[in-house]
Design a protein around this ligand. Structure first.
Ligand code: 26V
Length: 743
């Protein structure tokens, strides 16, 4: 990269009379010319990340930072009268849903920054995750046309188009390459489906509804489409460079499956090696075992993909055949190694007429990892216990991480400046240096509090601009931002707010510090209960914010269209991070890490990475409550939420609002009532919302008390921020590189 040349190019850009969009395109293109300059590696081993989601967020500032010219660029354009902040209006590339997709983006960022050869493969969806708005408190969904700003950060490579064959159609996979720049130049290659109107549907939407057969088929097609294109390309390049000596394949290629969505890559790999290159099935499986690795991201049964044999057979007969052969091959091995019938069933590739993609991944992978200590333990003890008994060395943990470049340097220049002033700039490349900050020093605490206050002001200004709502000043900002899901228990926060509301109204909380509850979440299109929770929270917001008796003390704001860019504002400007999943259900969480890194204390359960967060930052600096995973497991039969609510009037008063006319009657309230008290597709209160409610309220009130002592609370916050280095994805990526990829 020629820095001077790039800066000269930027100085040469004429600003006057151009639209924001035009300028965005011009500046981005100038950077792209330099980004794509470095010579790409051709030798040695590389790792490839297979993911159906990438939540890249805005690339503009990120790339300027990676190029090391962000500050100069700001100055150059300021002199021309252009504030670079205008590009904050540029859409995010939201080609993902939540944590899993954002993790992929953080990992690409860290790998390039550290100089590890890691390229990504995925799908270039025409529309990313829907744009969310609220109408009368209900979520509405509109297509996210992220390319309306153009796509200056990627390059179409028509010459490298691949054919992907289905029984009933041929689809062309046209690659778009996005440079991921750092010590190395890595590439995120996203395939766009072309060839016919039918073909184009494959890369139209992220997660099309899969509750119909048509939806399922489309989903299978999407997964096979990008997996097959990627595997085909890797194999072809290998053969071009090294010939057909596939024994060498794993010494130059290692594949990481981000959840089960790319598991068809395994079948395609076996298909290519056996049908096209004539290896024996056994030999192909052995090579696959040295090449593939699998990361699991959820233990929720409804999210573990199993595909009907008949559906796969219909559009991918050869792939179905390969998977059946794999079942026979694996069974023989399991039998030989003395597995019981029950163990063999648990590990089956094909069972009950369905292909179990997680089992395919576990069988074929050299390494299987969970994403936090507790989660990896659950994988070994429960979900994959049979496979663990057979091959214990296969299983390991790599606790998630988030890139501190986006989640600290970019989103919190003020906190970064605070560290610079005390540590110099070395910490930017080695985050562990922030542990040297003395959190007991009064001056240091004062400076930190000033940073937090400024970030809160900025957040309030942003929310006022986006939502037209003015946040309370001098209040505690408490955030719950994440996908909307029952196990994450946004509903429990709703009940807790109502409990506090009633207590405030009845004068039982005389010294209550003003508090703002901030929510950001999208509910999957077909997920009724999640949508009902949004409506309920918006009802609660209307009640509380409209009640003159309490609305200078308590405020509830659910922001619309929560995305990566919104997250950057909220994690920097929040005091408290809500991480209240039912213990055992949140694989890791990564928002918890982003908030911690920016100095929020956690109110949370002993779940996912929360456990490691409080281990690093001190339990005394956070607010842990609720049933542990063991307690939940032992509760399973004897818990009756109806009795539980009956015997505690504080709970009953809150749950009564679902039926007593506090809010206008609605299908949503009925849905939540059923979820809590009736047997539906799950047991009543399947996620133990009522069970953990009162301890949750106590934890929130403890925060409220402690916050009054400014120095004490600031210290807790700073202890969290300065102990967050472990949660940088630089650490996580170094661990993948050393333990799994051997690159
Ligand atoms: C997806 C779906 C889709 C349909 C409705 C039910 C349902 C339930 C869960 C999921 C999650 C899919 C996997 C996922 O996103 N896992 C997240 O991965 C993050 C990165 O490792 C991790 O921090 C989160 O704890 C985990 O939920």
């Amino acid at each position: 990269m020629n820095r001077e040349k790039l800066l000269a190019a930027l100085r040469g850009i004429e600003v006057a009379g151009k639209s924001v969009k035009e300028l965005y395109g011009e500046i981005s293109s100038a950077c792209m010319r330099e980004l794509m300059q470095p010579v790409r590696r051709t030798q040695g081993k590389s790792a490839y990340y297979f993911s159906v989601e990438y939540l890249m967020g805005r690339m503009f500032y990120n790339n300027l930072l990676a190029l090391g010219i962000l500050d100069e660029a700001r100055e150059i354009f300021a002199q021309k009268g252009l504030d670079l902040n205008v590009f904050e209006d540029v859409e995010d590339a939201a080609l993902g849903n939540g944590g899993l997709g954002r993790l992929a983006a953080c990992y690409l960022d860290s790998a390039a920054s550290l100089g590890y050869p890691l390229d990504g493969y995925g799908i270039r969806y025409k529309y990313g995750l829907f744009r969310q708005r609220f109408k009368e408190g209900r979520q509405t969904e509109e297509p996210d046309d992220w390319q309306k700003w153009g796509d200056p950060w990627s390059v179409r490579r028509p010459n490298e188009t691949r054919r992907v064959e289905f029984a009933d159609m041929t689809v062309f996979a046209v690659p778009y390459d996005m440079p991921i720049y750092g010590k190395s130049l890595n590439i995120l290659r996203l395939y766009q489906a072309e060839g016919s109107a039918e073909a184009e549907k494959l890369s139209e939407y992220l997660y099309p509804a899969d509750d119909t057969e048509e939806g399922k088929l489309l989903r299978i097609r999407q997964e096979y489409f990008f997996s097959a294109a990627a595997v085909g390309e890797r194999v072809e390049r290998f053969v071009a460079q090294y010939g057909r000596d596939f024994a060498k394949f794993p010494s130059v290629n290692v594949f990481q499956l981000n959840d089960t969505h790319a598991v068809f890559a395994v079948a395609e790999f076996l298909r290519l090696l056996t049908s096209e290159y004539r290896l024996s099935f056994g030999r192909a499986v052995e090579i696959a075992k040295e090449t593939f690795n699998y990361t699991n991201h959820t233990i929720l049964p409804e999210a573990l993909e199993c595909w009907d044999e008949k559906l796969v057979e219909k559009i991918l007969p050869e792939i179905a055949h390969i998977l059946k052969r794999l079942q026979i091959y694996a069974s023989a091995e399991w039998r030989e190694r003395g597995c019981t019938a029950e163990e063999r069933r648990a590990m089956s590739v094909l069972t009950g007429g369905r292909f179990c993609m997680a089992n395919v991944a576990v069988y074929v992978s050299g390494h299987v990892n969970g994403v936090a200590e507790i989660h990896s333990r659950i994988l070994k003890e429960k979900l994959f216990s049979a496979a663990y008994r057979l091959d214990p060395q296969k299983f390991l943990n790599v606790t998630n991480g988030v890139t501190h470049r986006r989640w600290l340097l970019l989103c919190n220049g003020e906190l970064s400046g605070f560290y610079d002033a005390r540590l110099g700039r070395g910490w930017r490349n080695d985050l562990s240096q922030i542990e040297r900050i003395d959190c007991s020093d009064g001056k240091t605490l004062g400076a930190f509090s000033a940073v937090k206050a400024e970030k809160k002001r900025q957040l309030a200004a942003y929310i006022e601009k986006r939502e037209g709502v003015k946040l309370l000043e001098d209040a505690i900002y408490i955030a719950q931002v994440k996908r909307l899901h029952e196990y994450k228990r946004q509903l429990m926060t709703a009940f807790a707010i109502l409990r506090i509301y009633f207590d405030l109204k009845e004068g039982r909380l005389p010294d209550f510090t003003p508090t703002v509850f901030l929510f950001g979440a999208k509910a999957a299109g077909g997920y009724k209960r999640a949508k009902a929770t949004i409506k309920y929270l918006n009802d609660i917001a209307a009640l509380v914010n409209g009640d003159g008796a309490v609305n200078r003390k308590l405020q509830v704001v659910f922001v619309q269209n929560y995305d990566v860019s919104y997250a950057e504002k909220i994690v920097a400007g929040s005091d408290v991070s809500l991480q209240v999943s039912t213990a055992g259900f949140e694989a890791s969480g990564t928002g918890n890490m982003k908030l911690m890194m920016n100095g929020a204390v956690t109110v949370g359960t002993m779940d996912g990475a929360n456990i490691e967060i409080v281990e690093k930052a001190g339990r005394e600096n956070n607010y842990i409550f609720g049933a542990t995973e063991e307690e939940i497991a032992s509760l399973e039969k004897g818990y009756d939420p109806v009795l539980f609510a009956e015997k505690d009037p504080r709970i009953k008063e809150v749950t009564d609002t679902l039926t007593d006319g506090t809010f206008p009657a609605s299908a949503e309230l009925e849905e939540l009532y059923a979820a809590t008290f009736e047997r539906t597709y799950n047991r009543p209160d399947h996620y133990y919302v009522l069970y953990d409610l009162m301890p949750y309220v106590s934890a929130l009130l403890a925060v409220n008390r402690d916050y009054k002592n400014g120095a004490l609370f600031a210290r807790k916050q700073l202890e969290n921020a300065t102990h967050s280095a472990f949660f940088s994805s630089d650490r996580a990526i170094a661990s993948y590189a050393a333990k799994i990829w051997k690159i």
